[in-house]
Design a protein around this ligand. Structure first.
Ligand code: HEC
Length: 107
């Protein structure tokens, strides 16, 4: 096996592990990275391919910045626009932690 494909196998394994581990821990960062980052971007700027194609607003957008934590939790629990509801997929604690992590990008 070449080094390149060995590295990609390792990377896939790490991603699978990270996905499983995030259920066990309540770290907002881990939840954000596995569940939210693909659309909202590493720094909340929605600069990923999916974020751009779904026209996700960056965390620094005035409309996003003015939202309270409770409003954001509500958007994630019940869905917002093209974002699916997460209330059946994540616990309330996981949603709150992920939103708190997302809010660090609005500052
Ligand atoms: C499939 C892509 C996708 C994923 C995954 C996703 N979102 Fe969203 N999110 C959106 C879209 C689209 C909107 C509504 C468009 C907008 O206004 O930015 C949105 C809106 C929001 C909002 C309201 C502020 C805003 O930008 O309008 C918050 C807060 C938010 N998402 C947080 C999260 C969190 C936390 C997660 C992970 C648990 C997550 N999102 C996962 C696509 C996604």
């Amino acid at each position: 096996m070449s080094n390149l494909s060995r590295n990609s196998v390792a990377a896939i394994l790490v991603m699978l592990l990270a996905g499983t581990v995030s259920f066990a821990q309540s770290s907002g960062e881990a939840t954000y990275k596995t569940k939210c980052q693909m659309c909202h971007g590493e720094k909340g700027l929605a600069d990923s391919g999916a974020g751009k194609s779904m026209k996700v607003k960056p965390a620094t957008d005035p409309d996003v910045k003015k939202m309270s934590e409770a409003q954001m939790i509500d958007a994630v629990r019940n869905g917002s626009g093209k974002m699916q509801p997460y209330k059946d997929k994540l616990t309330d604690a996981q949603i709150k932690d992920a939103v708190e992590y997302f809010r660090t990008f609005t500052k």
